[in-house]
Design a protein around this ligand. Structure first.
Ligand SMILES: CC(C)(COP(=O)(O)OP(=O)(O)OC[C@H]1O[C@@H](n2cnc3c(N)ncnc32)[C@H](O)[C@@H]1OP(=O)(O)O)[C@@H](O)C(=O)NCCC(=O)NCCS
Length: 309
């Protein structure tokens, strides 16, 4: 496999990996509960992140890295790291502090514009309100893509965002701000995205991309942090990462009654309750202790992956 920085022409491969790897991603169930009612909007939200990250001008704060199959020339894995350090990061954390101080009563959308989670799972939802009759092919709104169910027709209220109710989005962003203050407020490298195409899992590619960032962070003198998926947690533990806490999810009782009722009508009461009581992902750290570095030296100083070009 060739380890290299991505090129613009890699975008289709990366979007395909993103779609395949995240199709049943637990966190997407919470951030996009209406995903099966609005598949096009969900797809748009899912492709927005990779597009934006790959297009980011190199300014030393974000790093894309891919693995290319030398035979097919297709990209099979993508990693995206953020270097959270310096004045822009400090001012972002100050913004979180200001917002968190106001508690769950923030109403003004512009207040929330300052919240751009540091790569965490709470993505901001597109807020295009729509009012349409929609045919969906999955009656189980919490189910995976491709599940078979009878088509049904729903009339979406005008206030429904394609992604989630405004209250869910607002409360999620406040949680993200508090999580940032609790876990991500000091300078670090953040492993924001690690995606391996399902056909190429368990070949060591996720490990290679993770080691790449760990090596870079070490050279930079900064520790690493991430929010782990269930699949990822095992991989990171093997590389010496430690669970230092958990992300938080909004509490169902903080949802305004009208929006809660609307969600329950669209998704079903049990599904809404299940989503709000799910175990949030863990936060993991590596590189804040000298002994952590041993994993990079296990096979000699060159254990860390090197760029091929
Ligand atoms: C999590 C994810 C990135 C792991 O990628 P991966 O390339 O399969 O990871 P690796 O191959 O390096 O390691 C996975 C397992 O395969 C094993 N493995 C590695 N090389 C292997 C090989 N040649 N033969 C057999 N097993 C191998 C590893 O030991 C590891 O085992 P473990 O889970 O028991 O520790 C991938 O499953 C994924 O994209 N998931 C969806 C998105 C996601 O959850 N991303 C992480 C966000 S925090």
């Amino acid at each position: 496999m060739t380890l290299r920085e991505p090129r613009p022409s890699d975008l289709p491969d990366i979007l395909a990996i993103n779609a395949a790897a995240l199709a049943n991603y637990a966190q997407a169930q919470f951030t996009h509960p209406f995903r099966h009612l609005h598949p096009a909007a969900f797809e748009c939200a899912m492709t927005h992140g990779p597009r934006e990250k790959l297009a980011a001008a190199p300014d030393g704060t974000s790093f894309n890295i891919v693995l290319e199959d030398p035979e097919t020339h297709s990209v099979v894995a993508w990693g995206f790291w953020r270097r959270n350090h310096g004045p822009a990061f400090t001012s972002k954390i100050d913004g979180y502090r200001a917002l968190a101080a106001r508690g769950p009563h923030v109403q003004d959308a512009s207040d929330l514009a300052i919240i751009t989670p540091s790569g965490g799972p709470i993505a901001s939802a597109p807020n295009t309100n729509i009012n349409i009759n929609i045919n969906i092919d999955s009656g189980n709104s919490n189910g995976g893509v491709g599940e078979q169910a009878k088509p049904r027709e729903l009339e979406m209220p005008a206030e429904v965002s394609p992604s989630a109710s405004p209250a869910r989005v607002r409360l999620s962003k406040i949680c993200a701000a508090n999580d940032a203050l609790a876990h991500f407020a000091h300078p670090h490298w953040y492993l924001s995205h690690l995606l391996v195409h399902p056909a190429h899992k368990r070949k060591g590619y996720g490990t290679t991309l993770t080691l790449w960032g760990m090596q870079r962070a070490r050279a930079d003198g900064l520790p690493c942090l991430l929010t782990a998926s269930i699949e990822g947690e095992k991989l990171y533990s093997r590389l010496g990462w430690r669970v230092i806490g958990r992300r938080t999810l909004p509490r169902l009782e903080d949802m305004p009654e009208a929006e809660r009722a609307m969600e329950e009508r669209l998704l079903g009461k049990a599904v809404v309750e299940e989503q709000f009581t799910a175990l949030p992902p863990s936060v993991m750290a590596w590189g804040d202790r000298v002994e952590d570095y041993a994993v990079l030296e296990a096979d000699g100083p060159d254990r860390g992956p090197q760029l091929t070009n």
